[in-house]
Design a binder for this molecule. Structure first.
Ligand code: C5P
Length: 225
């Protein structure tokens, strides 16, 4: 069997964007392609890790070294995380999880006849990552993402690091053309308690490698001799 520096490490990655049903055929979604998460998963597999991806609506090619579990809604993702998180050493939460979902999705297709307006009442979804971080055990490394727009993005990321009790937050400015959602490139700032690393625009594979280097550094810093 292949050996690598991450041999024996169990890595859980969430990727893609959740879809929250409105009715039998419609949903509220977002533009996340899953590329960043899939790149992280493949990079970890290349290091020898045992990698599981919880994939929310991702239409990308799959890596034979990685195990994929398909999910759709935030509720599905939450259930899959509850199952897979306890056994993992590293969680990379790159999925774009809906912040709100329709309260009471219709089981049939809603009809347009007789309406000049349609109001969908939404409720907040649980913050999955915050819930997982609250129940984390020693030896688990948690990486979150922060898709922000414009100035103050890094400060928001740092706030998220503390508030959600994470080890690293990957901040990306999704307002910039050519990076972030549904593009092959990304430009991020990786925020940890120790400081910040800016990763200038490059392919998501290389950004994934930078994220994993940060995970490595965090894990060796916290390793008990
Ligand atoms: O607070 P914000 O949504 O910007 O946080 C982003 C991070 O939190 C991402 O890592 C995302 O996957 C995660 N998240 C989550 N559950 C939510 C919303 C976001 O786990 N309901």
């Amino acid at each position: 069997t292949a050996t690598g520096p991450w041999d024996g490490l169990r890595v859980l990655v969430t990727a893609g964007g959740t879809r929250e049903p409105i009715d039998a055929v419609r949903f509220v979604g977002n533009r996340s392609s899953g590329r960043m998460g899939f790149a992280v998963a493949s990079a970890a597999a290349a290091l020898g890790a045992d990698v599981t991806v919880l994939a929310a609506n991702v239409a990308l090619g799959r890596d034979p070294r990685v195990t994929y579990v398909d999910v759709s809604s935030a509720a599905d993702l939450e259930a899959a995380c509850a199952e897979h998180f306890p056994g993992c050493h590293v969680l990379v939460m790159s999925a774009a999880v809906a912040d709100f979902r329709p309260v009471d999705p219709a089981e049939v297709k809603l009809k347009k006849t007789g309406r000049d307006e349609l109001t969908i009442t939404m409720e907040p979804t649980p913050d999955i990552l915050t819930g997982l971080a609250a129940g984390r055990r020693p030896g688990q490394t948690l990486v979150g993402f922060a898709a922000e727009t414009g100035e103050g993005a890094v400060a928001y990321g740092r706030d998220k690091l503390v508030r959600k009790r994470l080890d690293a937050v990957v901040v990306n400015d999704v307002a910039q053309a050519g990076i972030g959602f549904d593009t092959p490139d990304n430009e991020v700032t990786i925020v940890t308690a120790a400081g910040e690393e800016h990763v200038a625009r490059r392919g998501k594979d290389e950004v994934a490698a930078a994220i994993l280097r940060t995970v490595d550094a965090l894990r060796s810093a916290s390793a008990t001799p």
